[in-house]
Structures are given as structure tokens and as C-alpha cells.
Design a protein around this ligand. Sequence first.
Ligand code: NAG
Ligand code: NAG
Ligand code: NAG
Length: 492
Amino acid sequence: MSVPTSVSPPLLVSVAVMTVMFSGLVSMAESAIGVNWGTISFHKLKPSTVVDLLKDNKIQKVKLFEADPLVLRALMGSGIQVMVGVPNEMLAALSSSPAAADLWVRQNVSAYVGKGGADIRSYMLKRFIAVGNEPFLTSYNGQFQSYVIPAMANLQQSLVRANLAGYIKLVVPCNADAYEGNVPSQGAFRPELTQIMTQLVSFLNSNGSPFVVNIYPFLSLYGNSEFPQDYAFFEGTTHPVIDGANTYTNAFDGNYDTLIAALSKMGYGQMPIVIGEVGWPTDGAVGANLTAAEVFNQGLIKHVLSNKGTPLRPAVPPMDVYLFSLLDEGAKSTLPGNFERHWGIFSFDGQAKYALDLGLGNKKLKNAKNVQYLPARWCIANPTRDLSEVANHMKLACNVADCTTLNYGGSCNAIGAKGNVSYAFNSYYQLQMQNEKSCNFDGLGMVTFLDPSVGDCRFLVGVTDTSASFRPYQRWVVGFILMLWQVWAFRV
Ligand SMILES: *[C@@H]1O[C@H](CO)[C@@H](O)[C@H](O)[C@H]1NC(C)=O
Ligand SMILES: *[C@@H]1O[C@H](CO)[C@@H](O)[C@H](O)[C@H]1NC(C)=O
Ligand SMILES: *[C@@H]1O[C@H](CO)[C@@H](O)[C@H](O)[C@H]1NC(C)=O
């Protein structure tokens, strides 16, 4: 992805390992733990702070949902391998236009590979391009489905033209809802996807690409009250799934082998698999808490790194596993549930939520360094005021800022009516970068210098978002140009 000034040996090694892995056979190599880095947050850390966080935690692989230039630039020269995503919304354009695909590759890949120089590929860090994100998701009702293969074909040709095809692989992260089966051995892709999956898997196979799948035992548990809780974890279960001679004691393995069976039916039972997303949220739902997230993620990592594999693929763990997620993303849609903003192993400001051994050398997570916080002050409900008229203010605050922890199952659900108001006011105030007026609420709010956090319920202080601080400046420039234009327009 970049042209660092010196050759870094681990990189060359990883290119060699990659070649081995793409030789078409299921490799015996150990899997590596990576992370998803999403950026839908009100309080964004500087990309360079996040890259340092990755490095301090020895995380070598990162998956991005789009080609954010600030993020990619910060990753250049870091030695971190990148899977970069093409958003679903771009698939239609890329499927219909080879020129659009060329441009995408030029702007979002080649630009970070560097120009000229025979040995640039030694520095190639961008191993994968994810074409769409869960484009076959049932809830999308097929709206992206038909674009996936043509977009892939165009992007592949663009990679060939850019001389990158040997180094960068196209993949399509699929949600586990692409396949089904009462027991793992009966796994099959959804009937309406048969044709497209046949094309996809054959494309992946001919390019030596892995199948990328997102597996979420949490969602199985959240969406189904009959789901045995201990089956979601890796500590053994009182409800194993018996499948002929095979016994499954955790949902992850059961789901994984359902995919293996589906692939086998198509003749690709040996295809390498990457887990594109897996994780456990810590807030916003009853089963989403710190203990459960720690137990799940640690159990998963231990299980994968034990190289035990699964009954249908013994001794061959997934090629890579990308945890979902690196950081909390407080501006994500809550349509899936309030937990959606709380998947991070780190909070939005890069602080470890629990101890986790990623199996990468550190025994536990290290916090982000040099985080630039706003001043230590909070906005709360003014205790001397009658709050009977507060409902609309609260609604307004929570419509824009994040109040998900206040709901049932959330870490701030029990802080009382006044606490609720204060929490909402503060979320809004921090979102407005502590703008004094944003704590007014018709006199019902007041600024305090005493941290109002209660127990596990944390009242946040925003971080100074360098990319956001551009916005007022840009607005000012646009305003100035408009003003000039008006001056000019009125003269003629
Ligand atoms: C590169 O990726 C970004 C982020 O997804 C996107 O906004 C941009 O349009 C892409 N460039 C091209 C030429 O498609
Ligand atoms: C945390 O979640 C787990 C299941 O996900 C649940 O069994 C446990 O009771 C929860 N703990 C708390 C303190 O809510
Ligand atoms: C605080 O707000 C949450 C979410 O709306 C609600 O469930 C809870 O009951 C409220 N607490 C009080 C004491 O009103």
C-alpha cells in the first residue's frame, strides 16, 4: 500500500506466506488475528493515533469498510496489511463501467502503492479488496446481488491493467445468512443464491482468493430466545448439536462447518476461509456486557489459535480472523439494535474495555496514547431547575447524540430520571465540541467540572477530532466564496 523507505523483513515474510496460502490448497499455517476499523463515530481519534494503537498491540492486519484517504495515508509505511472495502452503494457503478473500476483502483489502491520502481510490490500491504459488504444480506432484498460478479470482473481487469493482480485478491465478505442447514453437514447456500454463489466461488477459486464470512453467535442469541446461551460461547455446553458422528459444542464451529458443507456441495470444500467479522458487543442489550464480550473474544481467539479446526476441517483453522471491532462507533445506525454502537474491544477513545490476549505477543490490550481530549467538563441537568418540561430537549439531544446506553440492558439504564437527562445533555454537549450554547437547553442544563459518571455508566468527554475541525473552516471558505459571488453578481 505504500513505499516505505526501508524494506521491513516481516513484510517480505508475509508476502511469502501469502504465496503459499494462495497455492490453492488449504494451508496449515496459523491464523492471524486482525481487526475491523470502522469510522462511523462522532468522536474520531486521529488516524495516526489509531495506527499507533494497532502497532502497540502488535496488530498486523486491518479491515476497512471504505478507502478513506486519511486512514489509508496513516497506514502507509506502517507494515500493517490492509483489506480495503468497496461500499455496496458503489457496486452498481463499478459493475457497469470498466472505466469506473480503473479509476477506483487508481485512486484507492495504486495511489497508495507508489509510482515506479521495480520492487514496489515488496511493499504491497493491501492484500485484499472486499467487493461490497454482506451484499447478499437477506434484509437488502437482493438490491446489490446482481452487481457483485460484474463489479468483481471489472475490478479484476483493472488490477490486471495496473499490474497488481498477482498481489491483491478480490473477496466478498458474506454474512452467514447466505447459507443455512439444520445441522452443519446439511449446509447449503440459500436456494436463490445458488447461481451467484457458484459464480462467486469459482471466481474466488481461480484467483486463489479465500471465502470471507462474518459469523455472529451474539446475534443468534439476541434474535432467538430459544438459543442456548452457553452454545454461543466456547466453554462447553449443555446443549451440544449432534450431527452424525460429529458433536458441536459452540455456535461458531457449527456455523463454520455449515459453510464448509455448502462449499463442498459446490465442489470447493478445500477453499480457504477468512472470518471477516466476529465479536461481541459490550453495551446496549441484555447479553451485551464486558464479561460476556471478554469471555467470548478470548474463547474465540484461544480456540482459533489452538489450531484444532472443526469437525469438517480438522487442524485447519480459518486463514485470518478479523475481530469486530477495534473501536466503538457511536454514530452507527441503531436499526440492528442499540448494541450496534458498542462492538469495540476499545472504547471510542482507544481505551481497552477489558483484558484481552490477542495472541500476538502482548498479554493484554494496550490503550491508545496521546489521545487529545476536550477539557474535563460535562453538561448535566441543573439541579435547581424543575425538569417537567425536559422531554423535548432530551429527545432533541438523543436524536443526534448517542444515548443508547440509557436503554434497557444498557450500562446507564439505572441512573434515574435526572441521570437520564444529564446523560443526554452531556452526549449532545460533547458532540457539539463543548460549545457553551449547546449546554443551555432553555436554562435546564449546566456545565460541571465534576465527573458525573456512576459505576459502569460513563459520561464521556469528547476527543478533538482533527478531521472535524476542518469542517467549520471549509464552511467558512464556502461562505466566503458565496459572499464574493454575491458581491460580483450584484455588480453586473
Ligand atoms: C475511492 O473510495 C472512496 C471511499 O469509499 C470513494 O468515496 C471514492 O469515490 C473512490 N474513488 C473512486 C474513483 O471511485
Ligand atoms: C452478560 O451477558 C451474559 C450473556 O451474554 C449474561 O449471561 C450475563 O448475565 C450478563 N451479565 C450481566 C452482569 O448482565
Ligand atoms: C431512563 O431512560 C431509559 C431509556 O429511555 C428508561 O428505560 C428508564 O426507565 C429511564 N429511567 C427513569 C428513572 O426514568
